[in-house]
Ligand binder design. Sequence first.
Ligand SMILES: *C/C=C(C)/C=C/C=C(C)/C=C/C1=C(C)CCCC1(C)C
Length: 249
Amino acid sequence: MNINLAAELVGLDRIINSDPVAITFFIGYMAMLASAVFFFVERGSVDGKWKLSLLVSGLITGIAAVHYYYMRDFYMQTGTSPTAFRYVDWTLTVPLMCVEFYLLTKPFGAKGSTLTKLILASVVMLVTGYIGETSGIDSNIMWGIFSTLGYLYIVYEVFAGDIAALAKGSNSPALARAMFLLKIFITLGWSIYPIGYMVLPGNLLSGMFEVSSIDLFYNIADAVNKIGFGLVIYSVAVAETAKNKKALA
Ligand SMILES: *C/C=C(C)/C=C/C=C(C)/C=C/C1=C(C)CCCC1(C)C
């Protein structure tokens, strides 16, 4: 039998046997694609100053949709984690989420240097995370700790650093509401990723879950965080647009 066909049948068999990891790759792909279309189309119905934020939300979910298309295929063909695709995706989408924080606080004085710090911290988090995932059983805890430092720095900026100070000084109820929800995303939502990472052989949760469940954690976290983050920004944009219309009428 043709090798590709054989691989495809193995993949189909996996879905038919209801492999939850495979199913989340399929759902993740469709959900990201649908969200990207939604954010791009809805961009037309909000005030000008929100259009760039919705564009970025559309790019985040759109970039993820393309990677999910390939990750899903890779997983179906090999039954292993598409680690490289995953990190390429995060390297593009996490900095774009930093851009969302920057855009939200820019009307209240956010500087480029704040954005640079957030992006550098996310690069540290992702480069060390990737090394940890590929470095094997002896050193993934150490690299995981380095990566967590990058993550904690982002949390710090949002809760107590530049972003927090700008949000506080803004006196904008809309921004306060958005920040409240985004803080939940970056603490609870983003913490799903290090928990998934701890499933790696040699790490703290190894043995409690199958190794393949790392993708289950990552797929669920991606859907929650990328789509949820976008929806928070969308809801603030819609509320502010309606308020402006009323003020003008
Ligand atoms: C859309 C993708 C997002 C929001 C990805 C976020 C990823 C993380 C917050 C990853 C964090 C990690 C650690 C804090 C330690 C272990 C290694 C990582 C990279 C999984």
